[in-house]
Design a protein around this ligand. Structure first.
Ligand SMILES: NC(=O)c1ccc[n+]([C@@H]2O[C@H](COP(=O)([O-])OP(=O)(O)OC[C@H]3O[C@@H](n4cnc5c(N)ncnc54)[C@H](O)[C@@H]3O)[C@@H](O)[C@H]2O)c1
Length: 340
């Protein structure tokens, strides 16, 4: 199958590698305004050929298109791909601003072109197992879910500037994981943020952003979500999910690559080396996610993460951003009704 790929930055180049290795994909049509990014992909993959623009990708007879461009380009590219009738995978979030995402959601409400939004943890084997145990009842009534994403170092300044802030860019993965694993919607959030004295401190200030945040989520059934994020976890890339029920507790992310050092006498676990980036921690999740998209593009399955579903997560990020700024709990209904 011929697949288009728009945007070849950090994640786009990685998606090129993943797509090229899938049996279902025999041709990749790629584009990015940065020539070096295109050259890098062409040098690694003989199945890839470059075209000059996203419009050229959409006109090249692709069976599906993957949008991995910067967040502020998502809405326009997503609408163009769907207008062309092409099954579309778009990296999270749906759009940089919630008003824009809402416009996309409304514009696509009656469309039958499948759209999959990229939340890779939904494909991580350990997250899948945790969800199956939680929803299957093996843990009993779930009372607490802790979800953690700690980045080793801040992304580049240009990325931060268009990312929408840490809640919309990073915590969204945790918000999505808590919703997905519990099957519950978030009703209220209370978030706090801080700026660490790292090299990027002035960037956070310039963007009204934080480097470390925590968010308490109250789910519709009373389950409590505890989300923790930072851009400055020097020991490594830490993605964890703990699900605690009245009968049992489980965790995803407790492997030898967990970037934590035990202070218990004699304990040598985790053995290391620590995960250093999302690509190595979530390689299998990304492979399964894009393999699922090729099946969506082939018409074999429906989208495993629709725009409507992803919007459920976007509202939580919106509420968390407001909560941290105004230092108060914020109900999801408040941000929803404010956006109209
Ligand atoms: N699902 C995940 O775990 C995950 C991880 C990282 C990034 N992302 C998402 O992927 C997107 C890209 O992130 P990144 O880290 O690769 O950013 P990046 O800044 O490294 O790369 C973005 C690329 O998009 C290109 N681009 C910008 N506008 C474009 C346009 N209109 N058409 C074609 N290309 C365009 C840029 O030239 C750049 O090469 C972001 O939206 C981010 O939220 C998701």
């Amino acid at each position: 199958m011929r697949i288009g790929l728009i945007g070849l930055g950090r994640i786009g180049a990685f998606h090129a590698d993943t797509l090229a290795a899938l049996d279902a994909v025999d041709e990749l049509v790629v584009t990015d305004p940065v020539a070096a990014a295109v050259d890098g992909v062409l040098a690694r993959h003989s199945v890839a050929r470059a075209v000059g623009s996203p419009a050229d990708v959409l006109a090249s007879g692709v069976a599906g298109v993957v949008i991995a461009a910067a967040t502020n380009a998502h809405a326009e590219l997503l609408l163009a791909a769907v207008a062309a009738g092409i099954p579309t995978f778009c990296e999270k979030p749906v759009a940089g601003r919630i008003e824009e995402a809402l416009k996309v959601q409304r514009a696509l409400a009656d469309s039958d072109v499948p759209v999959q939004i990229g939340y890779p943890r939904r494909f991580d084997p350990a997250f899948v197992e945790a969800r199956s145990l939680a929803l299957g009842g093996a843990l009993g009534q779930v009372h607490t879910v802790r979800s953690t994403t700690l980045d080793p170092a801040p992304p580049p300044a240009a990325y931060l500037a268009v990312s929408g802030g840490i809640f919309r860019d990073c915590s969204v993965h945790d918000f999505d994981a808590v919703r997905w694993v519990t099957g519950q919607e978030v009703e209220q959030v209370y978030a706090v943020g801080a700026v660490d004295p790292d090299a990027a401190a002035e960037l956070y200030a310039d963007n009204d952003d934080y480097s470390t945040v925590s968010t308490l989520l109250t789910m519709a059934d009373g389950t409590i979500g505890v989300v923790s994020n930072t851009r400055t976890n020097a020991r490594g890339y830490d993605v964890r999910l703990e699900v605690h029920g009245v009968l049992d507790s489980v965790a995803a992310g407790l492997d030898d690559g967990l970037p934590l050092r035990s202070t218990e006498p004699g304990v040598t676990w985790p053995a290391g080396p620590a995960h250093t980036f999302f690509m190595d921690r979530l390689t299998e999740a990304f492979r399964r996610e894009l393999a699922a998209f090729t099946r969506v593009a082939a018409g074999e399955i429906g989208s495993p993460c629709t725009v409507d579903d992803a919007m459920g997560t976007a509202w939580v990020a919106e509420a968390a951003t407001l909560s941290a700024r105004e230092r108060r709990p914020v109900a999801i209904d408040e941000v929803r009704s404010a956006a109209g």
